[in-house]
Design a protein around this ligand. Structure first.
Ligand code: NAD
Ligand code: TYD
Length: 367
């Protein structure tokens, strides 16, 4: 089955993966409908990441707009209800979340609010909005929930997470995402809400807020700052280029079976310290820095509490059932990402100075 997607609500479209998703759909697919980006613009929501999309497809571009932005919180039921109706939404792809593990250790409440209650609010609004008079929900509706492999917990030296691996979340972030996954499945089994769900490994690429490992290290290497490695640096993550995550999400939205979950992964495991060595080599090469000097800036700092040791994804189901595959190698993706952070000086400077939070006032004030 291939779904007909017309008016898509993207939650969290001003964040890292959501902004890349909107670029992907407009630039790399034959989608001809409308995208509505619902985002609360928390610290990592950045509309500058979508300035080109706004200029080409937004209201200010003139002509028939195909991209709309709505500043709203997914916990605000009245706002969600009204946006679903206003744009005649038939598809929801839910990226909005608190996403950083370290922040979830310092302040878990925001994770419970947005990831648990926000997802519940969105699901319940979707169910009521779509329910026909006979109480059923039309088949042509879809709620796709974007989740993480961290819900499965931590692996030892061997083995992989597959779709049937029992949930065993360890951080407030992964526990809140696990809870949201269960609620999504509950709305499918109990109310028949047409859902699909994906659990992806660590993403990297343009527009990622520089609190996460890869952009943080690129910018710290460039700035000659310390490179903080948690613990022994031997924790392992499975890295996937963000555009390949989004092509997988798009494939599932179009062809995935309702009620099913799919793992998405890079089949690309790296110890943090090895990855950092690779990044130092690429950045130093690009900037003609002395690699030995850069290496001296590595600092082993206190480990993250409850630090998951290894993640590794088995994504056979997605590859064999829906025909998805990655488009770039890690070497290509990492080099492209480094070049993007080194050349996107306005975006980086505005994030580092806080200037990015003013983009909405400058660009949407006339509306
Ligand atoms: P991000 O932190 O970069 O962006 C999150 C976006 O959600 C921001 O634009 C923010 O303003 C918005 N948001 C936060 N709270 C909101 C609320 N209450 N209402 C409306 N909008 C709100 O996150 P990301 O890295 O782009 O992750 C997107 C999704 O993908 C998340 O659900 C995350 O769990 C999942 N995921 C991320 C990764 C990864 O490596 N980054 C891997 C797998 C899954
Ligand atoms: P992160 O990008 O925060 O993603 P996640 O915790 O969701 O996997 O971190 C990736 C890995 O890098 C993780 O094992 C923690 C480690 N890390 C560091 O060693 N130093 C850092 O400064 C950061 C941000 C992460």
């Amino acid at each position: 089955m291939t779904r007909s997607l017309k008016n898509i609500l993207v939650t969290g479209g001003a964040g890292f993966i959501g902004a890349n998703f909107i670029h992907y759909v407009f630039n790399k697919t034959d989608f001809s409908g409308t995208i509505v980006n619902l985002d609360a613009l928390t610290y990592c929501g950045n509309l500058e990441s979508l300035a080109d999309i706004e200029a080409q497809y937004g209201v200010s571009a003139g002509g028939k707009a195909r991209y709309f932005f709505e500043k709203a919180d997914i916990c605000d039921r009245a706002a969600v209800d009204s946006i679903l109706k206003k744009y005649n939404i038939d598809t929801i792809v839910h990226f909005a979340a608190e996403s950083h593990v370290d922040r979830s250790i310092l302040g878990p409440e925001a994770f419970a609010k947005t990831n648990v209650m926000g997802t519940f609010t969105l699901l319940d609004a979707a169910k009521n909005y779509w329910k026909a008079e006979d109480g059923t929900i039309p088949e042509n509706f879809l709620f796709h929930h974007v989740s993480t492999d961290e819900v499965y917990g931590s692996l030892g030296e061997t083995g992989y997470f597959c779709e049937t691996t029992p949930y065993d979340p360890r951080s407030p972030y992964s526990a809140s995402k696990a809870s949201s996954d269960h609620m999504v499945m509950a709305y499918f089994h109990t109310f028949g809400l047409p859902i699909t769900l994906s659990n992806c490994s660590n993403n990297y690429g343009p527009y990622q807020f520089p609190e996460k490992l890869i952009p943080l290290m690129i910018l710290n290497i460039k700035g000659g700052k310390n490179l903080p490695v948690y613990g022994d640096g031997k924790n392992i993550r499975d890295w996937l280029f963000v555009e390949d995550h989004n092509s997988a999400v798009w494939t599932i939205m179009n062809k995935g079976t309702t009620g099913e979950k799919y793992n998405i992964g890079g089949e690309n495991e790296w110890e943090n310290i090895r990855l950092l060595e690779k990044l130092m080599e690429i950045v130093a090469g690009e900037l003609k820095m002395n690699l030995d000097d850069v290496k001296k800036t590595i600092v082993h700092v206190k480990d993250r509490p409850g630090h998951d040791r290894r993640y590794a994804i088995d994504c056979t189901k997605l590859k064999t059932q829906l025909g998805w595959k990655q488009s770039v190698t890690f070497e290509e993706g990492l080099r492209a990402t480094v070049k993007w952070y080194l050349s996107s000086t306005d975006w980086v400077n505005h994030v580092q100075s806080g200037e990015y939070t003013k983009w909405i006032d400058k660009n949407y004030s006339a509306r």
